[in-house]
Write a protein that binds this ligand. Structure first.
Ligand SMILES: Cc1cc2nc3c(=O)[nH]c(=O)nc-3n(C[C@H](O)[C@H](O)[C@H](O)COP(=O)(O)OP(=O)(O)OC[C@H]3O[C@@H](n4cnc5c(N)ncnc54)[C@H](O)[C@@H]3O)c2cc1C
Length: 810
């Protein structure tokens, strides 16, 4: 071990080895991996090592595809076999609902250029003769699934990394981490001390403990997982190839070939955590005792689906532990607030994701940018709340138990709730609110007034809550609707240096005092980092409004760029709250509460001001996401109930009502307004989504300017458009797009949807979509696959509602 490295990676499982390899491959060879015992000594050695590219998050699916393609490279580079078995894989559907879902998934994968095929029960038996096809509707086949050898693959990464100059130090536990004033780390190990500019926590089962060495609480916890390996199965003896791997989604099991036998793994509905603080330091390459009783219900279903297994003995039980996060995705990237401390842990699918995690981390550390939209695995997608013991236990338990359970677009899951409620929660509940959750905050989805008995049915199509949402939309277009703005993030930035700082941070021009602007924030490469609104309350004091769930992510970005003095940043997201009030009568409703004149000349569109409102100070801005005359009104959070009552007192008789997220979606789609997470993401450029009209290319330097200019000269091939989706000729339309549905022209894939909803006011199913520029120019009829069925659609030249924006400016 040397006295100094540029990077020390802690942990030699599949993930740490891949991180080391990618750092070396990207040119940093002064890097070392320190491993407590031997390579693979955590979860890795006993993994079934199955892999697949399919994932609900298209960005993660693309990265999983990268991991799989990489295996050939590292085998060649290292000379070490990875033991590749590309068997292909089938997901089974044993219910009509599941079959529909697989059809929808096939369409979604098509948008990601992943060719999967729907197969019949007969074809399934042909590919895997162990399957009993009774009750099966069909399956989804993907050729890019299989399994590798866990030991060989980890060593292939390690050997290839060594060949590129990286060092691997075995049997040497990292005991402690001490940060120096310059942000670098003293790494205290059993064999002495070394120094590193960066450290990477890739400690798998021990990640939580290694986090605490740096004062970091990570939302990651080990859980136990079983598979069994059978003796040789006679049915397979005469087969000259391996059977295709099978996941029985209704049966909670997966089946892989292993020699002439099979490996049967179980995702039981009654899962169990193991060693919640992380494995003990002296935990060896051990297995946990099998707990067959606990997984018996799922095993019985498994043996019924694969009856030939019952004819042979069980050669081996494996009950091992691996780590889970609340949403099952890994934790990757720089930890907010902890300079030069990186994580690559919480990975439950090391053989699908290990390569991608290594690539992402290396690009991020070396180039300052992960290179892809990896929000789904970014450690900053969580706040401190996620590492809280009970929350973490409940969320991971829910995730594990539902691993193969159908998720519906209108489904709200119960675990970890309620964590945070806004000050008006009880008022909203009394008005019939049905809540979802955003970053722990209870958020109204829709209101079922005076219908305590109403239960929404889970469906991939329009639900029985459709008409409630319609009522909220109609109220907003004819009178006014108010949305609890607790799920917006609010930041105050102030100080003598704030103007210069914001001018560099945001790509738009800064507003003058008393004005608001939409301000795209770009990353270093010119892609989006945020779609903020910026309000100038004083010469040197601004408010930024963003998405509530991005607080940690945006916070990391702001703090990384914040100068040492001259600018103060305060996160007011929980201490201030309010409402987005909009609709043609909103001025009439609000005016009696204020001294200030709200007339159009005195307070025009995109104005802002600090005002007195009742007994409280307030910040008022005139803008709306619904396309109607609208205001955002913010007060200190404890005053939000009083604000709610005052608005309702003046507004109820005029038709004011509470509205939820679903009505907002319907309203914004009628106006062709995009939002963060669907239309605007880290992989989108301002030119693609139309936010370039807010970019001040000529204002001087700002972050991402070079990339934005390049894009202006060479526009991206796809642009954001609105689609009006019709019913297919033979069917009534009962579903709307929800995102990632393929858009086709004469059967050719030309784009994909980002979000969809029924436009209740215009009476039209609508979607936003990224579509090839050439197709948009010609504007031929297109089709969109919704819930697996093709529907005719038309690209709209302008928003269906109030295209000139006259109502917002009224
Ligand atoms: C039964 C079972 C079946 C599975 N099947 C699959 C499958 O089919 N496909 C799939 O993709 N995944 C599967 N997994 C999950 C897979 O094992 C994990 O995703 C993967 O192994 C995680 O790798 P890792 O490198 O993050 O962690 P680990 O393998 O746990 O590696 C962490 C390493 O860090 C070292 N370490 C920890 N603390 C220190 C310290 N202080 N100093 C030095 N070194 C330290 C440890 O010794 C260990 O070697 C399975 C897991 C189990 C238990």
């Amino acid at each position: 071990m040397k006295s100094h490295y540029r990077v020390v990676v802690i942990g030699g499982g599949i993930v740490g080895s891949s991180v080391l390899y990618h750092l070396a491959r990207h040119g940093w060879s002064d890097v070392a991996l320190i491993e407590r015992a031997e390579l693979t000594a955590g979860s890795t050695w006993h993994a079934a090592a199955g892999f697949h590219a399919l994932n609900d998050d298209p960005n993660i699916a693309a990265l999983q595809g990268y991991t799989i393609r990489l295996y050939e490279d590292i085998e060649r580079e290292s000379g070490q076999s990875v033991g590749m078995h590309m068997t292909g894989g089938i997901s089974l559907a044993a219910s009509e609902e599941r079959w529909q879902m697989l059809k929808a998934e096939r369409a979604m994968y098509e948008t990601m250029a992943m060719q999967t095929t729907l197969v019949t029960p007969e074809e399934i038996c042909e590919m895997c003769p162990l399957v009993d096809p009774r009750g099966l509707k069909g399956g989804l086949f993907d050729a890019h699934e299989g399994y590798v050898d866990a030991h060989g693959t980890t060593h292939a990464f390690a050997i290839a990394a060594r060949k590129r100059g990286a060092e691997i130090i075995l049997r040497n536990r990292v005991l402690d981490l001490q940060q120096r004033a310059d942000g670098s780390w003293d790494v205290i190990t059993e064999k002495g001390k070394t120094h590193a500019l960066h450290v990477v926590n890739a400690a798998g089962l021990w990640a939580r403990r290694v986090g605490r060495m740096a004062g970091v609480e990570l939302p990651v916890v080990p859980m136990s997982h079983h598979y069994l390996v059978t003796d040789d199965v006679p049915l397979l003896a005469s087969m000259d190839r391996e059977f295709v791997s099978v996941t029985d989604l209704e049966g909670f099991t997966y089946l892989q070939p292993l020699g002439k036998g099979a490996l049967l793994g179980v995702y039981e509905r009654n899962p169990q955590h193991w060693s919640p603080e992380g494995a003990a330091w002296d935990y060896g390459m051990d297995l946990l005792p099998p707990d067959v009783e606990r997984i018996l219900p799922e095993l019985e279903i498994g043996y019924a689906r694969f009856p030939a297994l019952a004819e042979v003995g069980i050669k081996r039980w494996v009950n091992g532990a691996f780590t889970f996060t609340p949403d099952g995705n890994p934790l990757v990237g720089p930890v907010p607030g902890k300079r030069n401390y990186w994580v690559a842990c919480g990975c439950m699918g090391g053989f699908s994701q290990g390569g991608a995690i290594g690539l992402t981390l290396a690009q991020w550390m070396i180039d300052g940018d992960p290179g892809h939209d990896i929000f789904g695995m970014d450690v900053a997608r969580y706040g401190a709340f996620a590492a809280q013991e009970t929350y973490l236990r409940d969320m991971t338990r829910q995730f594990y138990a539902r691993r193969f359970v159908i998720s519906y677009p209108n489904e709200e899951l119960p675990a970890g709730r309620p964590l945070k409620i806004s000050a008006v929660h009880d008022r909203l509940a009394a008005d019939g609110a049905r809540f979802g959750v955003s970053w722990g905050m209870e958020t109204p989805q829709y209101f079922a007034p005076q219908r305590d008995d109403f239960v929404e049915k889970l469906t991939m199509r329009r639900s029985n809550a459709h008409d409630f949402v319609g009522d909220e939309v109609r109220a907003t277009r004819t009178a006014a609707g108010m949305f609890d703005a607790s799920t917006y993030a609010r930041y105050e930035v102030s100080g003598p240096g704030v103007e210069a700082w914001l001018d560099r941070l945001l790509s738009s021009r800064l507003p003058t005092q008393g004005r608001v602007r939409l301000a795209p924030m770009l990353g270093h490469g010119g892609k989006l980092m945020g779609d903020l609104t910026v309000s100038r309350l004083a010469a040197d004091r601004f408010w930024l409004i963003g998405s509530y769930y991005l607080q940690e992510w945006h916070g990391r970005w702001f703090h990384d760029l914040l100068p040492n003095n001259g600018v103060t940043l305060k996160n007011l997201s929980d201490s201030w709250s309010g409402f987005a009030l909009s609709g043609p009568l909103s001025r009439e409703i609000l005016q009696p509460l204020l001294e200030r004149d709200l007339s159009n000349t005195a307070f025009p569109f995109l104005s802002c001001a600090e005002i007195d409102l009742g007994f409280s100070k307030a910040v008022l801005a005139r803008l709306s996401l619904t396309g109607e005359l609208g205001y955002e009104i913010y007060v200190p959070a404890p005053s939000q109930p009083a604000l709610c009552d005052a608005l309702m007192r003046h507004g109820r008789d005029l038709g004011l009502r509470h509205i939820g997220n679903r009505a907002l979606d319907s309203l914004r789609l009628e106006k062709s307004f995009g939002i963060w997470s669907t239309e605007f993401t880290q992989s989108i450029t301002p030119g693609m989504c139309g936010l370039d009209r807010h970019v001040a290319f000529d204002k001087g330097d700002f972050i991402g300017r070079e990339g934005a200019l390049r894009e202006r000269d060479t526009p991206a091939s796809r642009v954001l458009v609105t689609l009006a989706i019709g019913a297919s000729p033979d069917k009534a339309q009962t579903a709307d797009a929800s995102g990632f549905e393929p858009v086709k022209c004469h059967g050719r894939l030309v784009g994909y949807t980002t979000s969809g909803a029924f436009g209740h006011w215009v009476g039209q199913s609508l979607a936003l979509a990224y579509v090839d520029r050439s197709v948009v120019r010609e504007n031929p009829p297109v089709t969109v696959d919704v819930v697996g069925e093709s529907h005719p659609a038309q690209i709209l030249a302008e928003p269906v509602w109030d295209p000139r924006g006259a109502r917002m400016r009224a």
